[in-house]
Design a binder for this molecule. Sequence first.
Ligand SMILES: *[C@@H]1O[C@H](CO)[C@@H](O)[C@H](O)[C@H]1NC(C)=O
Ligand SMILES: *[C@@H]1O[C@H](CO)[C@@H](O)[C@H](O)[C@H]1NC(C)=O
Ligand SMILES: *[C@@H]1O[C@H](CO)[C@@H](O)[C@H](O)[C@H]1NC(C)=O
Length: 394
Amino acid sequence: MKLLLLLCLMDCFLAIGQASSGTFNVLNYGATADGIGDDSKAFMAAWKAACSFTGGVKLLIPKGTYLVGPVKFDGPCRNVSSITVSMEGYLKASTNLSKYVSGDDWIQFGWVHHLTLTGGGTFDGQGAVSWPFNECSKREKCKVLPSSIKFVYTEHTVVKSIKSLNSKFFHIVLLGCKNFWGSNIVAQAPSDSPNTDGFHIERSSGVSIYSSVIATGDDCISIGQTNERVVISGITCGPGHGISVGSLGRYENEGDVKGLLIKDCTLSGTTNGLRIKTWQNSPGKSSVSNLTFQNIILKSVANPIIIDQAYCPYADCSSKVPSWVSIRDIIFSDIRGTSTTPVAVTLKCSSGVPCENVNLHNVDLRYVGGSPTIAECLNVKATYSGTQLPLPCN
Ligand SMILES: *[C@@H]1O[C@H](CO)[C@@H](O)[C@H](O)[C@H]1NC(C)=O
Ligand SMILES: *[C@@H]1O[C@H](CO)[C@@H](O)[C@H](O)[C@H]1NC(C)=O
Ligand SMILES: *[C@@H]1O[C@H](CO)[C@@H](O)[C@H](O)[C@H]1NC(C)=O
C-alpha cells in the first residue's frame, strides 16, 4: 500500500510537469528564440520563478538564438539550495548601448549561492559595433562599456563549458566572489579589440580558473585589487596581453593581493607574459605577496617576465612620484620559451617601496633574434637558482 502510494506520488509529481521538478525553461516565459525579438524580459521572468522556488532548481536556455539586452540574474534565492543555469543556446547581446544604463553589464549573476553555469552555449557580446566607442583604452576618465558575464558577490560558483565571444569590454568579471571554479571556458575576441580581457578578478577569494582557452585583445586574465587564494592553471593564452596582476594602486583604499598560484599555462604571441603592474603615484598603500608562477611556456612573447611599477598607459604621465604598492615573496619557477625582444626579464620596482624576496628558478627565455636575452632590474634584490637565461641583473 505504502509503495503504491509512493509510486502514485511520483507519477503525479511528474505529471504536473517541468516547473514542479524545478526546471524553468525560458521558452515557457515568452522567449522567442528567433534572435530578433528582445528576450531579456522572458529570461528575467524565468529566473524570478526559479529563484522563488524551493530546493534545487534549473534555469534552462535551450538551443536557439536569443537577442538579449542587459539581464540581471540576482538573488538572494532564499529557499533555493542550488541553481543550475543550463545555457545551451546562442545569446547575442543587444548592440544598442542606451539599453545599458549607468554601468550595466550584459549578463549579471549577483548575490546567489551554489550557482552552476554550464551547457555549452555561447555568449556573443557583439562587441565590434561598440569597440569604436571605447574611450578607456585612450584616457583615464572614461565611460566603461558593458562587460559580458559578471559575477557579483556570489558564493560557491561553478562555471564550466561555456564560450564567450567578442565582449564589448571584459569577457568575464568576478567581483566579490567567494569560492569560484571556472573550467573549459573559451573567451575569444580579435587581438586589436580594446579592453576585452578574458577574466578580470577583483575582491574575491578562493578562485580557481583552469583548463580554459583565451584569445583576446587585452589581458587573458587580470587580477585586480583585494584578492586572495587564486589558482590559475592549464590556461592557453594568446593573442592578448598575457596574465597580469594589476594594474594596482590606481585608487584609494585598495586591498592587498596575496596567495596567487599561476601554473601549467602556455602563452603564445602575447605582448606580455607574466606581469605585475602598479601605477606610479598611487593614492594609497597596498601590497602584493605570496605569488608563484610555475611551469609556464611562453612562445614569442614580447615581455615574458615583467614587473612594472611605473605603469601609466596614457600620454600625460608626468608624475615622478613612485608607486606605493609593495611587492614581496614572488617566485618565478620553470619559465621557458622565446622572447620577441631582447629584454626577456624586467624587474622595474618602485623607488618608494623596493621589491623584496623575488626568486627566479630555472628561467630559460631565448630571443627569437638570435642574440642573448637580457634582464633589466631596478630597486630589487632578486635571488636566482638553476638555469638563468637571461643572466641575472648584477
Ligand atoms: C521560503 O519558504 C518558506 C516556507 O515554505 C515560505 O514561507 C517563504 O515565503 C519562502 N520564501 C521565499 C522567498 O520564497
Ligand atoms: C535603443 O534603446 C533605447 C532605450 O531602450 C530606445 O529608446 C531606442 O529606441 C533604441 N534604439 C534603437 C535603434 O533601437
Ligand atoms: C601562498 O599562496 C598559496 C596559494 O594560494 C597558499 O596555498 C599558501 O598557503 C600561501 N602561503 C602563505 C604563507 O600564505
